[in-house]
Design a protein around this ligand. Sequence first.
Ligand SMILES: [Cu+2]
Length: 324
Amino acid sequence: MTPIAGIVAIVLCGCRELQSVLAPQGPQARQIAELSWILFGAAAVILLLVAILVFLATVGPDAARVRLARSSSVVVCGLAMPLVVLGAALAYGLWLTRSVASTSGDDAVRIEVTGEQWWWRIAYPMPGGGDVASANEIRIPLGRPVDLTLRSADVIHSFWVPNLAGKVDMIPGRTTRMRVVADRVGVFRGQCAEFCGGPHGLMAFEVVALPPDEFDDWLLAQAADAREPSSPAGWRGKHVFLAAGCGGCHAMRGTAAVGAIGPDLTHLASRRRIGAGTLAASPADLVRFITDSQHAKPGNRMPPFQVLEGDAARAIVTYLIEAH
Ligand SMILES: [Cu+2]
């Protein structure tokens, strides 16, 4: 019973549209889904033909068996057919997906994504120069082409948002590119698709597609520095944040915290999840990540701050929320 329940659960998870190649939400993903269905259909037809031939060759009438035993049948069915079918499938696949890597200049939005062990550094180059830093969540405007520049800071990672496009590897020392377009507003989950050590399985992210004007407002808000706290707890949190050394690894723009080892936390409170998709961005989960990061996401590069357990961690979280 348990194995069956497990299989049913896996199959049902595959049907959820949050992260599925079978629920394409943009032209690039649609091409890939189309190709998969065509290959699946062709493979089904070929399997049926093979099954019929095997049936004829083993228990069929004598005449059919004699014909199938000729060497010309072997050359046609075993050599010519596969060459033609596989050649055609390859040519069609290359033609169909030719636009995935194309990044010809137009009004495309540029976003830079860097794979880090085990999270995603995001930068939005601004028209006036400079970048807006974020992490683990990519917001894109609906319907506009988005050119993603993919890099790695350490080992090979692979960038994959099944609803929007195929996988593209992030290779140390190289820059790879990918173009996506979302034609539906929504949240699409992505995942590192190349084993990169440690908590690779907890290296996810989300792509949030917004109406273009909402995207512009959001980006403008992200470009702002951290706000000063608005409550006594927030002020205490800011003080603890700076005193505990969080700023050695994290930036809170506009403050003395300018670390770049971990995610930029300036607008953390605007994000949906923390720890690269591991926990919700709720106050309780934030406290948990700060004080007990090695249980929340075993092996990740943030040291646990058990000393802050209780009021101090809650005050930091209040600060992070008020700073947005
Ligand atoms: Cu990985």
